[in-house]
Design a protein around this ligand. Structure first.
Ligand code: ADP
Ligand code: MG
Length: 304
């Protein structure tokens, strides 16, 4: 009997659903999840620094089964800046959770730097829409939290934190408490905290979504400066088409749920990118290209 996945209609009983999910797993996955040698070995697989193969994610809740992601294949090169854009609920945050190992795919495999992601990994930085700073710690102390948790050398961490603050023009605010900072400044501190241990990978989930337009523009420039200095790989989730075009080497356009990769668009605009770039026909052309994909998908409609 076919299992129908739906959020509203009747749902089959859990054992059938679990059997169906098991049948979708690749044969070697069970061993990998248990953390055998094969799972932890560095693989010489082809593909990028990040290699996502046949990844799907299905959430089984009490009343509903939600297929969040379906058959995602993606390679990201070392040092690349890739944005993921798509309508709400298409699985963007889920994809970042799977990349971080905080959640596991239902099917498929993810490798970062050749290593299979089958558990939470600490070799990355994450920035969310909310800055989640600790209100009782100064900006500097919030950044240094990263080093305290990792038990890394305090003096070296202090030097790096000071440098990072300077790179985002916050050198005068090391001793300020979060309540003394604007939304944009707080988010800069959160980014510095995520980068303190110089992670090779930075995951960002709509990091500028709560900021006003001018602050957002400035943070985009700040982020590109940090990226060009630290040379990490960035996977950046956003709802904003111009933001994705401005920042990225490539844009991954997702379909509505269950999220699939609808199109990958290479952004061949020169770097370093300056705000004036946004007035050029080339920039507007890329915006139209992404908008066109969403129109085709029915996510954007023109009629009034
Ligand atoms: P996006 O970030 O693109 O808005 P999400 O990745 O947050 O989308 O969610 C994709 C879909 O999966 C949504 O329908 C959401 O409700 C569902 N979902 C996400 N996380 C869970 C969870 N832990 N349990 C059940 N459903 C979830
Ligand atoms: Mg999200």
């Amino acid at each position: 009997m076919a299992v129908r996945l739906t959020t509203n209609g009747p749902i089959l009983d859990m054992p059938s659903i679990r059997r169906w999910l098991r049948s979708k797993r690749p044969k070697n996955r069970a061993a990998n999840v248990q953390g055998t040698d094969a799972a932890t070995a560095t693989s010489a697989t082809s593909g990028g620094y990040i290699s996502i193969r046949g990844v799907s994610k299905t959430f089984i809740g009490r009343n509903a089964v939600v297929e969040a992601l379906s058959a995602v294949d993606l390679d990201v090169a070392d040092g690349e800046f890739v944005s993921v854009i798509g309508p709400s609920g298409c699985g963007k945050s889920t994809l970042l959770m799977l990349l971080s190992g905080l959640d596991l795919a239902t099917t498929g495999t993810i490798r970062v730097g050749g290593k299979l992601i089958d558990r939470p990994t600490s070799d990355l930085g994450i920035v969310f829409q909310q800055d989640v700073l600790l209100e009782w710690r100064t900006a500097l102390e919030n950044i240094l939290l990263q080093a305290e948790i990792r038990g890394s050398d305090k003096k070296a961490a202090m030097g790096r934190a000071t440098n990072l603050l300077a790179m985002v023009s916050l050198e005068g605010f090391a001793a300020a408490y979060p309540y003394e900072l604007s939304g944009g400044m707080r988010q800069r501190v959160a980014i510095c905290r995520a980068l303190l241990h110089e992670p090779p990978l930075l995951l960002m989930d709509e990091p500028f979504g709560a900021l006003d337009a001018l602050t957002r523009d400035q943070l985009q420039i700040d982020l590109l400066r940090l990226w060009s200095k630290q040379k990490m790989t960035v996977v950046f989730v956003t709802h904003s088409i111009p933001e994705a075009v401005f920042l990225s080497d490539r844009i991954v356009v997702m379909s509505p749920r269950p999220g699939r990769i609808e199109k990958i668009i290479k952004i061949e605009l020169p770097r370093p990118r300056r705000l004036s770039l946004r007035e050029t026909p080339e920039f507007l052309g890329y915006n139209q290209q992404v908008t066109g994909v969403f129109k085709t998908l029915g996510v954007l409609r023109d009629e009034v």
